[in-house]
Design a protein around this ligand. Sequence first.
Ligand SMILES: NC(=O)NCCC(=O)O
Length: 383
Amino acid sequence: MAAEVESVEALIDEFVPADNLKDLKRLLYGAELPSLNLSNEAKLFAQEKDIELKGYIFSAASESTRSPKIVRIGGVQNKIVLPTTAPILAQRDALHKRIADIIKCAALSGVNVICMQEAWTMPFAFCTREKQPWCEFAESAENGATTKFLQELAHQYNMVIVSPILEREEERWDVIQNTAVVISNSGEVIGISRKNHIPRVGDFNESTYYMEGNTGHRVFDTQFGKIAVNICYGRHHPQNWMLYGINGADIVFNPSATVGALSEPLWPIEARNAAIANSYFTVAINRVGTEEFPNEFTSADGKPAHKDFGHFYGSSYVAGPDGSRTPGLSRTRDGLIIAEVDLNLNRQIKDKWGFRMTQRLDLYAKELNDVLKPDWKPNIIRE
Ligand SMILES: NC(=O)NCCC(=O)O
């Protein structure tokens, strides 16, 4: 099999002449974002642990009535550590250990709020449609081993941690959910946010495991800003992004698990467009690597059965409300993307472009309400 391309950025750096590099980056990424000066300790630790570490700065104009609201955001992408045939607890604990290192690297880099990839404690086994052993990865959002493990780190590093897991609702008939647990920098669980849209595309057959979430478009008011979590497939739904903005989010994380053949052309666009349309920051996070499962499964497309999903292409990035974005992380390596942002930029862009002011919620609400009526007809005037 051909080696995976490392990243768009690696290709640009290799092939674009130095004279054109600045213009090309401006055209691709918007405003040029300066690199963040990270501590030597963080850089050495990242090198020692083979973590790609990248940091950028999104600044805002200084204001006379408000102080800057500087926050360091982190997004984590990683491969599974053990093969999918290893015992469940061994797989989970190996991921805990890996993430402990990446969170330590984030702490050494001054990160205030961090988010991992979707269902980070497990391989993305939903493609198999097998219930066992994969359902065993599900755990309580409030009292599960993963939440307890992260509560200590959140407190130790004074960091808000967003932990997307497969949740087992132990108090509610053991139902499984796809959930992000938001842990305060005090170590307390602030709350949970569930995945609103469940894919039924290609090998992504997640509706076998859990239903659409029931937590709406919650925003968590943390010490480091108002944050929300739009889990994976929700990024294809502009209204989903919109409602986190309507509830006042400053930063929306999009923890994902998606593969190249399916979604790579969409990836650089969706979270970036959401940041623009909603005047907030977005953090697009995707897992990395190819995960092989013990038994073959089919994609119901007439093609031969297979044991892997394809390549999870990483490429995590941060986008700002002004349309600028960071370069992506690698398509193949574990990594930590950091953005130091001034949240004042959100209001400055609202003032500049006026998207909140000019939106027509009254029109949308009326027309959407009509759509739900059984006698609804599309508003088309025919010649
Ligand atoms: N995990 C998940 O929702 N993946 C669906 C595929 C995609 O949205 O790219």
